[in-house]
Design a protein around this ligand. Structure first.
Ligand SMILES: Cc1cc2nc3c(=O)[nH]c(=O)nc-3n(C[C@H](O)[C@H](O)[C@H](O)COP(=O)(O)OP(=O)(O)OC[C@H]3O[C@@H](n4cnc5c(N)ncnc54)[C@H](O)[C@@H]3O)c2cc1C
Length: 384
C-alpha cells in the first residue's frame, strides 16, 4: 500500500497550509465566540477551488477522490476550526447529495454558490423525538396542488441561520422508504427559525418550524427512498467530521509538543519528565492510528464510503481528538484550563463531534452489525 500523498494532494495541502498560516490563523481564536459565518475564509477557499475539490467535473468541480476532500478539511482545521466546520458542509455535505442525486436544474441552481463559498447549505435531519432513531422523523411533506407542503419541527440544525438553503429530510409516506428530502430557502412563507442556541463549542444551532410551508416541486431532491440515499452519501460527511477533529487535535498536539520543550519546572524542560513523555507518545500514536484508518476509509472513493469503514473512521478520529486535546491541556497545566488559551476551546470543539453525525455508541453498534453480518433491532419486540 502506498502511504505517500499524490503530487496533487501534496500541492493541495501545501496551498491550504500556506493560506491557513497567513490568512486564517491570525483570526481563528477570535472566531470562537463569534456568531458570524467565516464568510471571508470560505470565499477565499472557493476562489482557490478547494470547496469544489470532490464535486464531479461535469458540475464544475475538480472530480478528485474523497481523500482530497478529507485532506483539505483536516488541513483547514489545523488553522481555523470554525472554517473547517463550514468547509465540511461545503465539501462533504448537501452539495455532494445534489451532485449525486439532483436534477440537472438543481445542480445548476445550487452547486455554483456552494463551490464558490458564496452560500453554504445546512442539513436538517434531527427532530425533538428523532435523534439516533432518525427513521422516526415526523416532519411531513405532502404534494398538494402542484407544490410540496411541509409541516413539522427540526432541531440542532447547525448553520441554519447563516445559510441561504437548508436540505430538509421529511416524510412523504409511512415507513423508512417514505423518507425524502426537500431544499428549502430561508424566507419561504410558513418556515421560521428559532433564535440561535449554542453548543458547548460556541457553535450556533437553530430549530426550524414548518407550518404549511410551500416549496416548489423543483426543490424536491427525492420524494422517497431518502433514508437509503442519506446513509450512502452521509458516510463521507462522517469521515469529514473525523478529519476536522484530527486537524484540530494535530494543532493541539503541536502546541503541547512545543510547550513541553520550552516550559521549565524544577530547572528542566517538562519534556524531561517521563509522565510528559508518555503523554506525547500516546498522543502521537492516537493521531497516527486514527489518521490511517480515516485515509484508508476514503482513498479512491467518490461521494460515498463503506458503512463499516466510515463508522470506524469517525469513532477513531473523533475519540482520538478528544484524548489528544485533553492531554494537551494537561501538558499546559493551569494555562491549559484558561479560556484565554485556545486549547480548552479546541477540546470543546472536538468533544461535540462524538455526538454530531451519529453518536459514538450508534457507530459502534453499526460496526458490530457489519462485523457479524446482522442487523440489530433497537425497537421493542412486538408482544407475542
Ligand atoms: C455539534 C453538533 C452539531 C449537530 N448538527 C446537526 C445538524 O446540522 N443537523 C441535524 O439534523 N442534526 C445535528 N446535530 C444533532 C445530532 O445529529 C444528534 O444530536 C445525534 O444524532 C444524537 O441524537 P440526540 O441528540 O437526539 O440523542 P439521543 O438519540 O437521544 O441519544 C441519547 C443517548 O442515548 C444513546 N443511544 C440512543 N439510542 C441508542 C442505541 N440504539 N444504542 C446505543 N445507544 C443509544 C446515544 O448514543 C446517546 O448517548 C448536531 C449535534 C451536535 C452535537
Amino acid at each position: 500500500m502506498d502511504f505517500n500523498l499524490s503530487a496533487e494532494d501534496r500541492e493541495l495541502v501545501d496551498l491550504i497550509d500556506r493560506v491557513g498560516a497567513e490568512k486564517f490563523a491570525p483570526k481563528a481564536f477570535e472566531r470562537r465566540n463569534e456568531d458570524g459565518h467565516p464568510a471571508d475564509n470560505m470565499r477565499l477557499l472557493g476562489e482557490l477551488g478547494v470547496l469544489g475539490v470532490c464535486l464531479p467535473v461535469e458540475v464544475g468541480g475538480a472530480g478528485r477522490d474523497a481523500l482530497s476532500g478529507i485532506l483539505a478539511i483536516e488541513h483547514i482545521a489545523r488553522w481555523c476550526p470554525r472554517t473547517a466546520i463550514s468547509a465540511t458542509m461545503a465539501i462533504a455535505g448537501p452539495g455532494m447529495f445534489i451532485a449525486r442525486w439532483g436534477t440537472a436544474e438543481q445542480k445548476a441552481k445550487y452547486l455554483p454558490a456552494i463551490r464558490s463559498g458564496e452560500a453554504n447549505m445546512a442539513i436538517a435531519l434531527t427532530e425533538p423525538q428523532a435523534g439516533s432513531a432518525l427513521t422516526d422523523l415526523a416532519t411531513r411533506a405532502e404534494i398538494r396542488d402542484g407544490v410540496c407542503v411541509l409541516n413539522g419541527h427540526k432541531t440542532f440544525c447547525s448553520h441554519a441561520g447563516w445559510d441561504r438553503h437548508i436540505l430538509v429530510f421529511c416524510r412523504f409516506a409511512p415507513g423508512t422508504g417514505g423518507i425524502g428530502a426537500v431544499i428549502v430557502e430561508r424566507g419561504t412563507p410558513g418556515f421560521t427559525l428559532s433564535q440561535p442556541h449554542y453548543h458547548m463549542s460556541g457553535s450556533p444551532w437553530w430549530e426550524l418550524f414548518f407550518d404549511n410551508a410551500e416549496v416548489a416541486l423543483d426543490n424536491v431532491l427525492f420524494a422517497g427512498d431518502g433514508f437509503r440515499k442519506l446513509m450512502s452519501s452521509y458516510s463521507l460527511e462522517r469521515c469529514a467530521a473525523g478529519a476536522s477533529s484530527i486537524g484540530i487535535a494535530q494543532a493541539a498536539f503541536e502546541l503541547a509538543r512545543q510547550h513541553s520543550v520550552e516550559r521549565k519546572q524544577f530547572g528542566r524542560p517538562i519534556c524531561d519528565f517521563q509522565f510528559v513523555q508518555d503523554k506525547l507518545a500516546n498522543m502521537y500514536l492516537a493521531l497516527e492510528q486514527a489518521r490511517l484508518l480515516l485515509y484508508k476509509a476514503v482513498k479512491g472513493g467518490h461521494g460515498s464510503v463503506g458503512r463499516l469503514e466510515s463508522s470506524a473512521a469517525k469513532v477513531a478520529a473523533t475519540e482520538a481528538a478528544v484524548f489528544v486535546c485533553d492531554q494537551a491541556m494537561q501538558i499546559f497545566g493551569g494555562s491549559g484550563m484558561s479560556q484565554e488559551m485556545p486549547l480548552e476551546w479546541m477540546y470543546r470543539m472536538v468533544r461535540t463531534a462524538t455526538v454530531a453525525g451519529g453518536t459514538s455508541d450508534i457507530h459502534r453498534g453499526m460496526i458490530a452489525s457489519e462485523l457479524v453480518g446482522r442487523r440489530f433491532e433497537h425497537r421493542p419486540l412486538a408482544p407475542g
